[in-house]
Design a protein around this ligand. Sequence first.
Ligand code: B16
Ligand code: MG
Length: 220
Amino acid sequence: MDWKKNIKCLIFDLDGVIVDTAIYHYLAWKNLAISLGIDFSESDNENLKGISRMESLDFILNLGGIAMSHEDKLKLAASKNFNYLELIKDLNESNILPGVINWLNQCEQYGIKIALGSASKNARGILEAIKLMDRFHVIIDGTNTSKTKPDPEVFLLAAEKLNLKPQECVVIEDSFKGIEAAQNGNFYSIGIGDKSILYNATIHLADMSENDINILSKLK
Ligand code: B16
Ligand code: MG
């Protein structure tokens, strides 16, 4: 495919693609799990990547066989977020993952739009902290969506805002559910991270510095 002609937008996930916050989500959930006496491992955490805060909490409570009222769940979710925000309070440009700035520069060089498609309700604050807010033409995050990945809503809304078809956009994701969401919406995808988890991505990279935008020439 002539990608320079056909691809009009890259839709970036936030946590785990642009910035190394995925580990802080894990640590904050781990702290909460410990306080509830629930065993929660890094491999359990893979299931939480890309899903919403409340869905993440339900997953952990389910692991521990704990049931509770909606009000109590809201309190726990708020305390996890408080802890998470504390862990990322010093977040700055140095936390941008390797290769990201190069990809953003190349998008601008080739006239390709830059969108954000994140499940996080903290996305805008994080983009401000790492000083990337003004590089995005469209930001869709957990405050704009009602369904979470693997539903493609977050990516479809981004494409719609730019008047683009899914086939004109490439989703860049670090989570299995995010790649599934891209597939469900008929988007091309680049999986960033562990290939054994992201095997269904159109293209796979260990991290964004492994290659640059010219890897899109692999798209068929
Ligand atoms: P928040 P992404 C997702 O962000 C994270 O992967 C996921 O672990 C988190 O639960 C979700 O955001 C909600 O985050 O609690 O900040 O609203 O990877 O879609 O950018
Ligand atoms: Mg992610």
